[in-house]
Design a protein around this ligand. Structure first.
Ligand SMILES: Cc1cc2nc3c(=O)[nH]c(=O)nc-3n(C[C@H](O)[C@H](O)[C@H](O)COP(=O)(O)OP(=O)(O)OC[C@H]3O[C@@H](n4cnc5c(N)ncnc54)[C@H](O)[C@@H]3O)c2cc1C
Length: 381
């Protein structure tokens, strides 16, 4: 089968929607994207795209455009939140390229979205903004792709969904000017009891992206755009070490969202409607893979639809992507407890163990990511 002359409607113009639209249009489909926002967004601040995601950008012929707005960190550094002491370091930079074949990149989300939107338009995709879709019933297309994100309306419409469960964790995000803090060219994770902070520079290192996670019982909405006061954030991290305090002092604007565990879906398709990205595999942010898995899924979906009949193509996409995405969802969920070890001997011993592995056998730590970062869905047939 071929995608030429197939009409495909994509609901949602985020990472998954724009990447799917581009991949499908490049193979000859007539693709329309319906996005609720009136502008392609600023939402979310920073995004880390590991080498397995860069593989998809490359296959979409967007690597060069993406490289212009990407930052390549030298390392991922784990630090103790209280003392600021380095616990472990994973070299990135050229090490990532040597080990996994491609760089590890960090973006401002708006910059990556702009690259994807340009790629989609160049491939002939019709992107329509200001189109909130409440139901797919009236959409006339050979295939409808639901790329409407973590709180997908369409997932609820086509599948009997179980409600998501609050994890007891909330996260603040935001960006601060880089000249107000001393920051390395690295993704730094400050690990403390019941809380952690991740920082990395983006946009030519002119600003620093942060995500700060706290365990607490008070619920927050699973919406990435709810403003909160910087004072609340500083209060939640009071008592942390000097480096963390200095970073949080520079925060003027921040957003708070609740972290939820979503049940793993038993199916991703219903008839000619298919879910992609967060709509089918929502995950906690502790492995920085939500957008990367959205890119992988988009590529595989287009390739399999191009190879087979629509029903067979959708089934093949689900069969190929679901096991890996589910493993990533589970790994991301288990990481939060690793960062948040309580104070005392357990935490001390765990940090010592990590430190020893990092010093004596740094490749052992990198090796833990081979199954993920070394994957290349564009190479597999
Ligand atoms: C603060 C933060 C940091 C993150 N960091 C990373 C990271 O470092 N690396 C990583 O890989 N992932 C990261 N993620 C996860 C990543 O952002 C998501 O997994 C990714 O955006 C999923 O892409 P998506 O296209 O499925 O959903 P989204 O990006 O949410 O896009 C969904 C789109 O659908 C639109 N939409 C929704 N409902 C409708 C409707 N009814 N009608 C029309 N349009 C609709 C929305 O407006 C939006 O444009 C992070 C997430 C957050 C919140």
């Amino acid at each position: 089968m071929s995608l030429v002359d197939k009409e495909i409607t994509v609901v949602g113009g985020g990472i998954a929607g724009l990447a799917s639209a581009t991949a499908l249009a490049q193979r000859g489909a007539a693709v329309t994207v319906l996005e609720q926002a009136v502008e392609l967004g600023e939402v979310g601040a920073g995004l880390q795209i590991s080498p397995n995601g860069v593989a998809v950008l490359e296959a979409l012929d967007l690597r060069e455009a993406a490289a212009k707005v990407a930052n390549a960190p030298d390392a991922v550094v784990l630090r103790d939140m209280d003392s600021g002491r380095e616990v472990a370091q994973l070299p990135m930079g050229t090490t990532a390229v040597d080990r996994w074949g491609r760089p590890f990149w960090q973006f401002h989300r708006a910059d990556l979205l702009a690259v994807l939107a340009n790629g989609a338009r160049e491939a002939g995709v019709d992107i329509r903004l200001g189109q909130p879709i409440v139901s797919v019933k009236n959409i006339n297309a050979d295939v409808v792709i639901a790329a409407d994100g973590i709180r997908s309306n369409i997932r609820t419409e086509i599948l009997d969904g179980q409600p998501a469960q609050f994890t007891g964790q909330v996260a603040w995000r935001g960006i601060i000017p880089a000249d107000e803090v001393r920051i390395a060219n690295a993704a730094t994770v400050y690990m403390g009891p019941r809380r952690h902070l991740v920082t990395y520079p983006i946009r030519g290192r002119s600003v620093v992206n942060f995500v700060a996670v706290e365990e607490r019982s008070e619920w927050a909405d699973e919406d990435w755009n709810v403003p909160d006061s910087a004072e609340n954030l500083r209060h939640a991290f009071s008592g942390a070490g000097r480096d963390v305090q200095a970073i949080l002092e520079a925060v003027e604007e921040t957003f708070l969202w609740g972290l939820f565990n979503h049940p793993y879906l038993s199916e991703w398709t219903k008839g000619n409607v298919v879910l992609v990205g967060d709509a089918c595999h929502p995950m906690l942010p502790f492995l920085a893979q939500g957008a990367v898995m959205a890119l992988e899924g988009a590529w595989v979906l287009a390739r399999e639809l191009d190879k087979f009949s629509i029903a067979e193509g959708l089934a093949a996409y689900e069969r190929i992507c679901k096991p890996r995405a589910t493993k990533v969802q589970k790994t991301a969920a288990s990481n939060s407890t690793a960062y948040h070890l309580r104070t005392g001997p357990v935490r001390g011993a765990a940090h010592l163990g990590l430190s020893a592995i990092s010093t004596i056998a740094p490749t052992a730590l990198l090796g833990k990511f081979d199954w993920l970062y070394g994957g290349d869905v564009t190479r597999d047939s």
